[in-house]
Structures are given as structure tokens and as C-alpha cells.
Design a protein around this ligand. Structure first.
Ligand SMILES: *[C@@H]1O[C@H](CO)[C@@H](O)[C@H](O)[C@H]1NC(C)=O
Length: 423
């Protein structure tokens, strides 16, 4: 018993040392958020009469280097794309060969469009094809290909998919991740986001059927578009599921407006996605949604919340690539997005429905247990990183820090540490 206690104390010490070390690696991500508005930047740097205008990096570069551009990473100097991509995805398992735009969509999208960023496995190619035809808009998809003999079959099937469906050719950018590592979901999510070619992305699981046209709803709501543009909000499209899984097989019969959906909800046929795991989508507050006619802000955020969201590509956090396998991986992405000061707003009339699939399910219990532990360390680390970054950037007393303050206060000892950081 005593041994156990000492061991857990030692572990705790290691955790603290680790977290403190990682603080020094704070990425300056939040400083990046302030960059778009010069008034914000001005408030970060100390003002002095001698320093009236704060020069931007490119202005400084011009002052000190004149027209001699400081360049790096061009091919003449030998920095290859492979080297750059290995740094871009350096938190993931490697070595890995990322091949961007293995297929490149023919259509070019408006920069204000929403690109669906998703990942697909071999057994879900058909749903991807269906999604392309249903969405008729930009899709960026990462697909993992095992670096073994199975490669050939997957690639052949992919080519068939593009041959068969003109909407695949028109809309879908496809990026290959070739390596020996399965289920690196967050790295694959980052690949799909990184190579998306519009300003906004929707992080979606490919199994979902788009019942409504959320792009039309967004465009009709200037207030929501402003929130998206400013990078201070992510838009939730609520997800549903048939209680009897057979009802979820034929998407042709799915409701395509809220009135019809409500009928099936009242008949007890449809309910929130993953009713058996309330924390996953509960914060959307379905009771409220049923009566909502205006977008509303999520007020009961919890760290297990993992809705499908539309958000700005630039200036938003990436998914933590240390989460490998099942459990916590998507929730970790949404946690960091929330802590960065991005609120979740729910669309009142749009929704998705999960399509039933019958694929063999292996047991993933081990991965879930491991990721649960990692997630609890990760939350402490991210809380410390964001609070420290926001304090250093002079954002602590702005609304940017509201989410960190509220959510991280749930971690034991957090408020004491912050008091010491400020003092
Ligand atoms: C959900 O929304 C309803 C209706 O607006 C409200 O009464 C209820 O308190 C909300 N639930 C939670 C958990 O916040």
C-alpha cells in the first residue's frame, strides 16, 4: 500500500516536471490568433512613446534586409517536401510517407466555402462516394494505406471509385498516408485539414448523411458567418441516430427537414447520436434544439464533447497526434479548440444522421484505457499551456480566456498555479 502511494507520488512528480517542460515549448499559437487584428496586436506589446508604430515581421524584414528576401526551404537549398511534411506531422508515429493530392478535385471552390475534412478506410469507400454526390462541394480526405501487399488492392479500388463517380473527380481531394501505423486518426484529421483548399472546414465522420444544406443556412446568417470569419466560434451541426439500427440503412428514407425529423423523434425512432454515451453530444442540448429557431451557444461544455463542427482553418488548433487508436482522440481536438477561446454555436435547423454499417468490430478496450489516461494528462498540460500563453500575450483579461478559465478551474490546483503565474 505504502509502496503504491510512493510510486504514485513519483509518477505525479514526473507528470509535473513534464508539464512544466512542455510549457517552455508553448507554440505561440495564441499570438497567432491576435495577428489578424492590428488593434489587438497593439494591445499585446508594451507601448512607449519612442515606439509608436509596431512594425510587422515583414516590415522589419524589409528594414533590415531591404529587398534581399530571407528565404528558406526552397528546393535549390535542398529542403524537400518530404522533410517539411515530416516536421509538419512530427508528433505522429513515423516514418510516414504523406502524398498530398493523390487525386486532385477538378472543381475549384470559393475560398469562403466549407471543405469537409474527413478520413476514410477501405471498407467505407462507398459512403465517401455517396457523400461527394450529396454534398457537391469541396471534400478533403485522408486515407491510410498500409505499407504492405494490401496497397495494390486499395489503390485499385480507389481508382475505380474515381472512374465510377464524376462527383468524386469534381469535388474530392484525396491524400495518402502510407506507413505501417494503424488508427492514427488525429494525424489523418490533420492531413485532411492541412490540405483543405478553402478557409473553413467541417470535421466530419464519413458515415454521416447530410440531411440538410448547412452551407445555405450559414450563408443566410451573416451573424454566424461573422463568428466563423473572426475565428471565435465553431458551428455545430447536431447528429442523430436511429434507435433501431435497421432504420439507419436506407438514407433515401431519412428526413430532410426539421419538421419531418421531429415527427420521427416524437415517434421514438430517432434520437441524439450515441444516446448511450451522453457526454459525447449532450452539450448540444437536444431538448433546447427541438424548440430552437435561432442559433445558440453551447453552455454546458464538457471535455468529452465531440460534435461535428465547422470552423476556420487558419489560426485554430490542430488535433493532438499523440492520441492513437480509439478513445478521446476527437474529444481532444475539440477540447483544445474550446480552450483556444472558440465557442460552440449550434445551427437550429440543420442535422446529420448516422448511417448504419455492419463492419466487424474488434475490441478496442486497451486503446480506450490508455487514451483515457493520456487524455487526463493532456488536459492538465493544455490548460497550463494555454493559460501561460494567454497571460504572456496579454489576453488573460479578455474574453478569449473565458473558456480556459471556466474549464481549467475544474482541474485540481489549477487556480493556484495561475495566481502564481500572474503574481
Ligand atoms: C437545455 O435546454 C433547456 C431548454 O432551453 C433548458 O431548460 C435546460 O436547462 C437545458 N439543459 C441543460 C443541461 O442546460
Amino acid at each position: 500500500m505504502r509502496d503504491k502511494l510512493t510510486a504514485s507520488k513519483v509518477l505525479k512528480y514526473f507528470a509535473i516536471v513534464y508539464v512544466v517542460c512542455s510549457l517552455f515549448y508553448a507554440t505561440g499559437h495564441l499570438l497567432g490568433i491576435g495577428k489578424s487584428s492590428s488593434s489587438k496586436r497593439a494591445s499585446i506589446a508594451p507601448r512607449s512613446p519612442a515606439d509608436e508604430k509596431i512594425l510587422s515581421v515583414s516590415e522589419l524584414q524589409e528594414r533590415y534586409h531591404g529587398n534581399h528576401q530571407v528565404t528558406w526551404g526552397n528546393t535549390e537549398e535542398g529542403t524537400s517536401e518530404d522533410l517539411m511534411l515530416s516536421k509538419v506531422f512530427s508528433d505522429a508515429m513515423g516514418p510516414s510517407k504523406v502524398i498530398p493530392y493523390y487525386f486532385k478535385a477538378e472543381a475549384s471552390a470559393d475560398s469562403e466555402e466549407v471543405t469537409i475534412a474527413t478520413l476514410v478506410t477501405h471498407n467505407r469507400f462507398k459512403v465517401l462516394s455517396r457523400l461527394a454526390t450529396r454534398y457537391k462541394g469541396p471534400i478533403s480526405v485522408a486515407i491510410h494505406v498500409n505499407d504492405d501487399a494490401s496497397k495494390q488492392e486499395i489503390l485499385t479500388d480507389l481508382h475505380h471509385l474515381y472512374d465510377e463517380n464524376p462527383d468524386m473527380r469534381r469535388y474530392v481531394d484525396l491524400h495518402l498516408v502510407v506507413d505501417k501505423f494503424d488508427r492514427q486518426f488525429n494525424m489523418w484529421r490533420n492531413v485532411a485539414k492541412f490540405f483543405a483548399r478553402t478557409e473553413y472546414i467541417m470535421m466530419l465522420d464519413v458515415d454521416f448523411y447530410l440531411c440538410t444544406d448547412f452551407r445555405k443556412s450559414l450563408k443566410a446568417n451573416p451573424q454566424l458567418m461573422d463568428i466563423l470569419r473572426s475565428g471565435t466560434g465553431a458551428i455545430v451541426v447536431p447528429a442523430f441516430e436511429y434507435l433501431n439500427s435497421d432504420d439507419g440503412e436506407d438514407w433515401n428514407l431519412f428526413p430532410t427537414n426539421k419538421g419531418k425529423l421531429m415527427g420521427e423523434v416524437q415517434d421514438g425512432k430517432l434520437d441524439m447520436f450515441h444516446i448511450s454515451w451522453k457526454p459525447g453530444h449532450g452539450a448540444t442540448n437536444y431538448t433546447r434544439w427541438y424548440g430552437a429557431s435561432e442559433p445558440y451557444k453551447v453552455v454546458d461544455y464538457t471535455f468529452s464533447y465531440e460534435p461535428y463542427v465547422i470552423f476556420k482553418k487558419e489560426g485554430t488548433p490542430w488535433c493532438e497526434e499523440r492520441f492513437i487508436g480509439y478513445g478521446a482522440n476527437k474529444a481532444a481536438c475539440l477540447y483544445e479548440i474550446y480552450l483556444a477561446g472558440i465557442d460552440y454555436w449550434v445551427l437550429p435547423d440543420d442535422f446529420l444522421i448516422h448511417q448504419t454499417h455492419h463492419y466487424p468490430l474488434e475490441t478496442r478496450a486497451k486503446e480506450r484505457t490508455y487514451n483515457k489516461k493520456l487524455y487526463s494528462y493532456f488536459r492538465e498540460e493544455v490548460c497550463l499551456r494555454y493559460s501561460r500563453t494567454m497571460i504572456a500575450a496579454g489576453l488573460w483579461d479578455t474574453s478569449r480566456a473565458d473558456n480556459v478559465k471556466r474549464e481549467c478551474a475544474k482541474i485540481k490546483g489549477f487556480n493556484d498555479i495561475v495566481t502564481r503565474m500572474i503574481g
